[in-house]
Design a binder for this molecule. Structure first.
Ligand code: C2O
Ligand code: CU
Length: 688
């Protein structure tokens, strides 16, 4: 939604424009000649007029956003708009008539000196003060938007902002009046120079001291304790949660996969540091599973008892393995500090679970996730359906990831950054399993054949229609399975528009390893909300939900664990203060997402799949859309539903892992479940 950006841009623009207007207005009375007085008056009015237009743009954006969801604008209606509208009215009421008086004594291009009588009109508080108040309101609006992302908005916060505004405007009023008086008495607005300077110095000092104090206290307060339970019975900073959750009764240790029995498939993943050479010749320091980049592709059959032994050879910070999108029992979920301790060098850990959902998944370390996934500790996990595949078929996982190499960032398909070729017989059914292991939505172009999106996040689409000229935007952490009947000519996969070439970061599938597919061109984006046809679902318009939660995503300047940064918030807060959502086993839960910030937030709930009910107020019209990683774009709202059928304590976080690392991480807690693990600098666990 473009309006989120329009709204913010107009807020900043208004601060600039009203600042210029205020500056111009305060310079009119210095005008030495009638001509100067005229031109300065004119530019003041012109800038005020421009400001008025910008204000109208902002107001329009606010109205449009309010119609979408009031969470986008409650801060605008309660704080920004009044701070802007009241002085704007004062300008019309006071400054415009004052401008007439100044105009009467001015003359176009005249060199005649301004009479001091006339200059007095331009020093009148009623001329300058409303414009200064307008600028103050715009400046505070910008600051409010940069620093306050609270939701729900507390009345106390609104009052605090108003108090600051009132105080600033009052001081400006006093200043304007005393200038006017001095001017009236002495013929100059400037008082004693030394006094003026010392007063200015005092103000600057007070502001600097207040900012420093705020900075120190804020940094201190944001520090995660040395040791805390992530799913503790109260938040780190003392916000108690649902009392029912405070009596631990379910032994966390019981929430495991089958601990005995012979596994159908067993794998070993060895985490180690490696230097890899990409096909382009670029060398890269990587952390890998089994020396491979991405890690080995693990394929199992639906229903298999899977056993994976994780061995950490030399990744100093420790590692874990999280089964992204697989709804494993809680203790197998691989989150350091929540479901296990990080596996330190020369230690091991065994995961066991039954892979009962066929589909495309992936695995990655959930210790220092943002760093470790970027360094390479991830791979594809495929659960093949029970049913035998058609006789002629090809099945290929394609990972999208961005590497930091010595030459900067390079985007890859399948871990390479050069053209790769694969073969498939004409007439065979090709399934490409796209996995986005990066932090941003990834565009995918398929050329040379019509195709279908057969599955999203491991769940089949009902009745997928054939697509041509469609770009797929895959959510970070998400998966799309694309199928097509192999034609006689080459099919191409690319992450950008343009021709296919040897140097391109592209995949070409052809019957005989030759030929180039048609160029990728700019085309509309695939929309899962209206794809396929409806089918019976667990949740519908008549569902009665046992719990409803609202999650408002935003960004602001603030502290995260002692560091000042651009933090990403859920309901105004950052981890570990971000909300915990409590449920009871068997609950039907509805969650509403609204993204007020400027970035995409691919929300990932562990241990569950959610059914998308609506986007921006419009119900999903096509096939049931079941996701585990849902990209919530700027200005977007979504309603999703899920059944609380997998007891435990689950992360619910943004899969732009850099966002999770600056606070965008919450939890879903089943009543009565507790975790014996802890995070903090005194432990080995750093989940994000
Ligand atoms: Cu793919 Cu919490 O992670
Ligand atoms: Cu995010």
């Amino acid at each position: 939604m473009i309006w989120v950006f329009v709204q913010f841009a107009s807020t900043i623009a208004l601060a600039v424009v009203s600042g210029i207007a205020a500056l111009c207005a305060s310079r009119v009375y210095h005008a030495p000649t009638k001509g100067k007085s005229y031109s300065r008056l004119r530019s003041s009015l012109v800038w005020m007029g421009i400001g008025g237009l910008v204000f109208v743009v902002k107001l329009t954006a606010v109205v449009v956003l309010t119609a979408s969801d009031e969470v986008f604008t409650e801060d605008k209606w309660t704080m920004q708009l009044p701070m802007l509208a009241i002085p704007a009215a004062a300008i019309v009421w006071f400054s415009v008539p004052a401008a007439r008086a100044i105009r009467a004594a001015a003359a176009v291009k005249s060199k005649e000196p301004t009479a001091s009588q006339d200059r007095l009109a331009a020093a009148a508080p009623r001329w300058v003060w409303p414009v200064q108040a307008w600028f103050t309101g715009s400046l505070l609006s910008v600051l409010q938007q940069l620093f306050i992302a609270e939701w729900p908005l507390r009345i106390g916060t609104v009052l605090e902002v108003w108090l600051v505004y009132a105080a600033a405007v009052y001081l400006l009023w006093i200043r304007a009046k005393s200038r006017y008086r001095r001017f009236n008495e002495t013929g100059t607005p400037q008082g004693n120079r030394a006094l003026r300077l010392s007063r200015k110095g005092g103000v600057v000092l007070a502001v600097v001291l207040a900012a420093a104090l705020w900075f120190m206290l804020g940094a201190q307060a944001s520090r995660v304790p040395d040791r805390m339970s992530m799913a503790g019975h109260e938040h780190a900073h003392g916000h108690a949660i649902d009392a029912a959750a405070t009596t631990p009764s379910v032994s966390f240790a019981g929430l495991t996969g089958p601990r005995t029995g012979k596994p159908d498939r067993s794998f070993t993943l060895e985490a180690k540091k490696t230097t890899v050479t990409l096909p382009s010749g670029e060398r890269k320091e990587a952390w890998t599973f089994n020396g491979q980049l991405p890690g080995p592709e693990l394929r199992v059959k639906q229903g298999d008892l899977v056993e994976v032994t994780l061995i950490n050879e030399d990744v100093d910070a420790g590692v874990t393995v999280h089964w992204h999108g697989v709804d494993v029992p809680n203790a197998e979920d691989g989150v350091a500090g929540l479901t296990q301790d990080a596996v330190m060098p020369r230690q091991k850990h065994v995961y066991r679970f039954i892979a009962d959902q066929a589909g495309t998944y992936w695995y990655h370390s959930h210790q220092q996730s943002s760093k470790q996934v970027r360094m390479g500790l991830y791979g594809v996990f495929v659960v093949e359906p029970d049913a035998a595949p058609p006789r002629k078929s090809a099945d290929l996982a394609v990972v999208l990831h961005d590497w930091q190499t010595e030459n900067g960032t390079s985007v890859t398909l399948g871990g390479l950054n050069r053209l790769q070729r694969k073969t498939a017989d004409p007439g065979s059914l090709v399934r490409l399993r796209f996995v986005n292991a990066g932090n941003l939505p990834a565009p995918i172009y398929v050329t040379g054949t019509p195709f279908q999106v057969a599955a999203i996040d491991g769940t089949d689409i009902h009745d997928p229609a054939e697509l041509t000229n469609t770009r797929l935007d895959l959510a970070a952490g998400g998966r799309y399975d694309v199928t097509f009947m192999m034609p006689d000519a080459a099919v191409g996969i690319s992450r950008q528009t343009g021709p296919f070439s040897q140097e391109g970061n592209v995949l070409v599938i052809s019957p005989s390893n030759e030929g180039m597919p048609p160029d990728a061109v700019k085309v509309p984006v695939f929309d899962p909300a209206s794809y396929g046809t409806p089918a019976k679902t667990e949740f519908g318009p008549d569902t009665r939900y046992d719990r409803s939660y609202k999650l408002v995503f935003d960004n602001r300047l603030g502290f995260y664990n002692g560091r000042f940064t651009f933090v990403q918030t859920i309901n105004g807060r950052v981890f570990p203060d971000a909300p915990m959502f409590t449920v009871r086993e068997g609950d039907l839960v509805k969650m509403t997402f609204a993204n007020r910030g400027f970035e995409d937030h691919p929300m990932h709930l562990h241990g569950h799949h959610v059914q998308v009910l609506s986007r921006n107020g419009k119900a999903v019209a096509g096939s049931p859309w079941i996701a585990d990683t849902l990209n919530v774009g700027p200005g977007d709202t979504y309603e999703v539903a899920f059944a609380a059928d997998n007891p435990g304590i689950w992360m619910d976080h943004c899969h732009n892992l850099d966002h999770a690392a600056v606070g965008m991480s919450a939890h879903l807690v089943y009543e009565g479940v507790y975790s014996p693990y802890e995070i903090g600098s005194a432990t080995v666990n750093l989940p994000e």
